[in-house]
Design a protein around this ligand. Structure first.
Ligand code: GLN
Length: 236
């Protein structure tokens, strides 16, 4: 790995990574390599402290007990919090939204303090939300609908410092009646969309990469299979 290598942190894949969410790191790496960048994935497990110097970070979903281990680890080693403070992009999927929030309640009703990078709280909904989601993003730089697959019991309430990533057109999203899906706060983007989200939403992948590289534009990638997947998932 040279000094110019772009380093993508795959955070706690040993406990957080349902539905192939680790694929988000692979997609970031691949889209960089196709454009001629050296790029590597740095896996950070429960055996490692969390480095604060990486260029971007991804975290996946998890079930309650795994989520709790992740919360404890990220609190003990606050590298992710320091990286986000300097503006490094962080992508948080599903349970990761809950872990990075102020607190979440497990499905058995126990409240667990989160990492407080996101001004959100999460409590179980009456029913589990499972299925395809289609949304219209609010974020500047995103023009296309975002799609994914959701499977969560938690419903997430946004506090005043957080805003939604997108408005739900189909599916449940955050699930607290405000029509919002996901969360944006500073350099952290959270979504309930598995899929992996970045395979289905290349525009979101490139937005994260532009932030990681500190550039306004990236060369377009002409990838018919990716475009086909993106379009296919709009027809649910
Ligand atoms: N355990 C969390 C919930 O059900 C997150 C699930 C997930 O990441 N798929 O809300």
């Amino acid at each position: 790995m040279s000094d110019s290598t772009v380093r993508i942190g795959l955070v706690l894949p040993d406990v957080m990574g349902t539905y192939g969410d680790g694929g988000n790191a692979l997609i970031l790496r691949q889209r960089l390599r196709m454009r001629g960048y050296d790029a590597e994935i740095v896996e950070i497990t429960l055996n490692d402290p969390v480095p604060e110097s990486l260029d971007a970070y991804t975290l996946g979903g998890a079930e309650d007990s795994a989520q709790r281990l992740a919360t404890r680890h990220l609190t003990k080693y606050p590298g992710l919090q320091k990286a986000a403070e300097r503006g490094a992009p962080v992508l948080a999927i599903c349970a990761a939204i809950q872990v990075l929030g102020n607190w979440y309640e497990t499905s058995s009703g126990e409240r667990v303090d989160g990492v407080s990078m996101l001004d959100v709280t999460t409590s179980p909904q009456a029913t589990r939300s499972i299925g395809e989601v289609i949304t219209k993003p609010h974020l500047d730089g995103l023009t296309l609908p975002l799609t994914g697959f959701e499977n969560h019991r938690g419903g997430t309430t946004l506090g005043p410092d957080a805003r939604g990533l997108a408005r739900v057109n189909h599916g449940v999203g955050n699930g607290v009646g405000d029509g919002q899906e996901g969360v944006v706060q500073g350099s952290v983007i959270g979504t309930y969309m598995h899929g992996p989200a970045l395979a289905r939403n290349p525009e979101l992948a490139d937005l994260i990469l532009k932030r990681a590289l500190g550039v306004d534009e990236l060369p377009t990638l002409d990838l018919p299979e990716v475009e086909q997947l993106r379009r296919e998932r709009l027809r649910v």
